[in-house]
Design a protein around this ligand. Structure first.
Ligand SMILES: [Zn+2]
Length: 309
């Protein structure tokens, strides 16, 4: 069994306008990095569109329709200052959520050992009924519900190492004891949520804020002492990763100091955990990461480690 890679050309066509950090070049660089010799055995697949029925497990139908109706025929539309739509954005958003659903299907049926979704727009800031922070639909949450509703498992964990708190995923997960969300993020920073005290209905939310300038030692210590024990206690049947690479020291949007090897380390740890507790099942999806070179190298390191998991 191999690692599957899901993507779609529309995710590059999603145009956020000149100077926007969440730009098409991000995904182009990630996909180029995944063309190297080390990735010969990736099982490359085209991401399908998410069906409204799949999105509606997380988002109200009226919200889904409102987002899709906002897509402009030409030019740009702003849902907020950060969240910009272009004519291809609806297709990209459907493929980004559909990628995670298809990745969950592949991993849950044993077609793939694990999977990575190289897509945009990202998803972890999208709340139940609110697009924000470059995100339209909460891709990882839609995938978690695909696992529960279609594949009959009851416990799904999302580990989010993007430098920003995934307020959207927390919003969707916090009242559901079958869903676990752990986030390690810089604070204070956008979106201003993710306090330790936000713990969910069944201690199923774990937030680990790190102060600016934290680096590898603080990250690894926090993961080891706070997040891995809580994950072990939750006993997930599937591990999902909100894989943002903007905690990298080169990233322009934040001030943590992770390096590529930290992404190798955390992926290897999660791989070991998944092998021990949940049949090695991991579905990872791209969130942030805004230094193009750091994003490409750290994301490639992450996928390489998934392939070895
Ligand atoms: Zn981020």
């Amino acid at each position: 069994m191999y690692t599957s890679l899901f993507s779609h050309p529309s995710c590059i066509e999603h145009d956020t306008g000149i100077g926007h950090p969440e730009c098409p070049e991000r995904l182009k660089a990630v996909l180029a990095a995944l063309e190297g010799e080390a990735f010969h055995f990736l099982d490359r697949r085209e991401a399908p569109r998410a069906e409204v029925e799949q999105l509606a497990r997380v988002h109200p139908v009226a919200y889904i329709e409102r987002v899709l109706a906002s897509i402009p025929a030409e030019g740009h539309v702003e849902l907020d200052n950060d969240t910009i739509l272009s004519p291809s954005s609806g297709e990209a958003a459907l493929r980004a959520a559909g990628a995670v659903c298809a990745a969950v299907d592949a991993v849950m049926t044993g077609e793939a050992r694990n999977a990575f979704c190289a897509t945009r727009p990202p998803g972890h800031h999208a709340e139940i009924a609110k697009a924000m922070g470059f995100c339209l639909f909460n891709n990882v949450a839609v995938g978690a519900e695909q696992a529960r509703k279609v594949h009959g498992i009851s416990r799904v964990a999302v580990i989010d190492f993007d430098v920003h708190h995934g307020n959207g995923t927390q919003d969707i997960f916090q009242n559901d004891p079958g869903l676990f969300y752990a986030s390690i993020h810089q604070a204070p920073l956008y979106p201003g949520t993710g306090f330790v005290e936000e713990r969910g209905v069944a201690d199923n939310i774990v937030n680990v804020p790190l102060p600016a300038m934290s680096g590898s030692p603080e990250f690894r210590h926090a993961m080891s002492s706070r997040i891995f024990p809580a994950l072990e206690h939750f006993l997930p049947e599937l591990i999902m990763i909100s894989a943002g690479f903007d905690a990298h020291t080169r990233d322009p949007l934040a001030s943590l100091h992770l390096v590529d090897d930290d992404y190798v380390w955390v992926t290897r740890k999660l791989g070991e955990f998944a092998r021990e507790y949940c049949g090695a099942r991991i579905v990872s999806t791209l969130e942030g990461g805004y230094d193009i070179r750091a994003l490409a190298s750290s994301c490639a390191a992450h996928v390489q480690e998934l392939m070895a998991a």
